[in-house]
Write a new protein. Sequence first.
Lengths: 118, 400
Amino acid sequence: MAVKHVDLDDCYVPKSSDKEIVVKVEIGDGQDGSYSVFLGTSFIVANAPARLGKKADIMGKSTIVSAIVVDVLQETNWTSMTVLVTEGSGKPTKFGPYKTQAETHLDTVIYTLKLIHQ
Amino acid sequence: MKQKLLLTYTALLLLAQTTNAQEAARLTVPSSPAFSILNFEPSAVMRPVNARDLAADVLNSFDGDGKLRLNLGLEVMPYWLSSHPTLTRSKYLRPSTGQTFLQSLSISAATVKDSATGNNRLGAGFRFKLANGRPVPELEVANTELKARTTVVSIINGVKNVVGPVINTRTLAAQNVLTALASANTSQQLIAAVQKDTAELISNYTDSPSDIKLFLDELIRRRVESYGQLAERVSALLYQRKGFILEFAGAAGYNTTNATSLDKTGVWGNASYFVSPDDLFTLTARFMNRSGDSSLRNADVGIGFLKKTERYNISLEGMLRWYRAEVVDRSTVSPPVARLEKEFTYRLAVQSSYIFNDYLSINLNLGKDFNSPFIAGKGFFSIFGFNYSFFSRKPAELKE
């Protein structure tokens, strides 16, 4: 039951100023996982699309996506996470997929993505 | 003491006979067709889980002279060698027919030196499913519980990553964790567990940013440890399926001593209906062909029922076989004569076992086996056996 950390950084600049920004997380490789989203130091939501607000609400802050995947599949040790940021009904901006293999079966992989908004 | 040893020996003998009788007509697709076609379980089986491991394993299968090493096995599931970020758990659990094929396809290979003939043999096989039933309801329950626990870890990790000028003490960090857990509708039981860990750990650290992070790392470690058994249960439940399962396999065995020649082939098909993971009906068809001095070709079709409970197992099976055998009769006074036999035969069997306790179980097998072109006799069998273990099967509990 070892823990593997995958720490990631990226940057997201909102395209519009009047549309709501929503962050979604997808877990791949047949695994299941849970996640939570923070904006600045505030917890926003867990295991559901995170509504961050509009451009003015997020500029100068960072969004933290913290995702946990436990490798329960016997066929593979692969785990992966993709983060999708949507503004209004526009096409989502994709971050990832980020992927890594758990060292051994039943290990926990912790993905942390820090998205800077500037 | 002598009596005890004799008792154990007799039990082992009966158990071995039972096992042979059961393996004679197993109504399933072999888990590793390449090993099955060679009647051999290699001492070393390589199971690569990524392309790099596969390349290394293939290279390691050859010796310095470029010859295949013997007594080696390789099992690989090609689909799983690479990552599939778009494969969600939902798609994995309820795949389409094409996806079921991809997810289940496995390829196996093995090499062996035949101890009877001294020949080197190579087996290669494949196995796949086209339908894989549906998940058991217990999985949903266990998975929801695991998700609740991993959500706690995701929140602690999230707070760890926002430690800085605002969250600058251990107490503040712990408060943030608890507030976020409450906002995420975490159960009182899980919140209480985090509170207990916090109370135990908080005095071991200072309020420096690096120490606050170490404190939260330790909280994460404890929470991860707490769901170990649950993760194991989820992993086991993923492979318990109900409903219709359709599976196929094929394998070929080669003699590689001099020139490579095909000497055995087999094709299996199996349709099962799992009423529950321990309660199933099954229909199996297979075709086997063996060439050589004595060639044998047989086609089998069989049906079976298996029920398992904590105390007893029972299986009923019936199999029809059509075979064609060419047997070379040798004599000292005349040249060898090839005898051709074509026959229909069948197998009927009832197998049952009852477990009395951790030490004692009995089993009973009754039935009629296939007639064989190589062995005379009617093939009726009735085997009663018991298994007594002198030592407990439970692992010893170690004191701290």
